[in-house]
Design a protein around this ligand. Sequence first.
Ligand SMILES: *Cc1c(COP(=O)(O)O)cnc(C)c1O
Length: 387
Amino acid sequence: MRDQFLVFGRPLIGDEEIAEVVDSLRSGWVGTGPKVQRFEQQLADYVGAAHCRCLSSCTAALILSLRILGIGPGDEVLVPAMTFVASANAVEHAGATPVLVDSEPGTGLIDLDGAEAAITPRTRAIMPVHLAGRPVDMDRLDGLRDRYGLAVIEDAAHALGAEWRGRRIGAFGNLAAFSFYVTKNVTTVEGGALVTEDAGLAEAVERLALHGLSAGAWQRFSEEGFRHYEVVEPGFKYNMTDVQAAIGLRQLPKLDRWIGVRAQQWERYDALLVGLPLSTPVPPALRTRHARHLYQVLVEPDAPLGRDELIDELTELGIGTGVHYRGVHLQPYYRERYGLEPEQFPVATDISERTLSLPLGPAVSEADQDDVIAALSAVLARAREAV
Ligand SMILES: *Cc1c(COP(=O)(O)O)cnc(C)c1O
């Protein structure tokens, strides 16, 4: 029994992040400013995209993506059923219709054949999710995009650092949205970013993120001198602050090392879970780099207890876990609004009922990981005896 609860998704915040935040706090410039600009450049360089704009969240990036593409009422957007609700919610906020697509077996990623079959004359965009950090097949996605003239908005919340055929996710010429929420591979506590090759779209995003004020409006109180702003359209309030960017600036240089740590933990789980009634994740595809955001097992159907009971028992033993996800199609709002049945999404429904994410990441020690394995073994053995 642990004396401290193992919090799932705990970030690792080092002295450099703290010093950089303190530097911002002492500087007096705590809002959107030069550190946000530096972080945007750092991100654009890292993923290999021409332009990056930081925002208050990945959700904001998804909402603004749809907005700048002019997607709204009457339009359909293909969204995986197996994702966090933010993806589908963004489409609802645009006034468009999210058309949910089942997962492919094994990886749980959006089934691109299913996506193609769901295309109608109203389909404007597809919003693939690189679930758990595993890149979607970008060659097939490009094919769909070009054949049907779709816009692609990648929900890359899990995928900072992921690669497909040697190219980083975010460098495929699409809009791609990243998240820096606390549990993600890099955090700014709350935050997100949108990358694009299109300077005009980047400018539009920057404007919409700050009330629709002419771009660079945050600079109007700086030493560059006072300037009046112009409002060209009503925008939102989705800007990132320098205090947030300060953390990100010091987190991002550690990402590649951290993905290496995650990959080692991944292999250790694969080895140590052998013999338990849990299916381990399918290995990354050849010539890809999995960002290793989540280590997800599936509780086998003949296991002596179900996923939810297993979570409760692990919690009792001081082990925090996650569920990624109960599909969008199972959420009451979507189920009722679109008359969806779980059976229409057999793979996503199966994953929803059986998936369990184990603690992973640089804040998880080897001893923590041993505790997770020991707790899983103990709970499952006890349950088997009770059957
Ligand atoms: C975390 C997450 C989001 C939302 O990110 P925020 O920055 O919290 O808005 C969107 N999509 C997926 C798949 C996520 O995991």
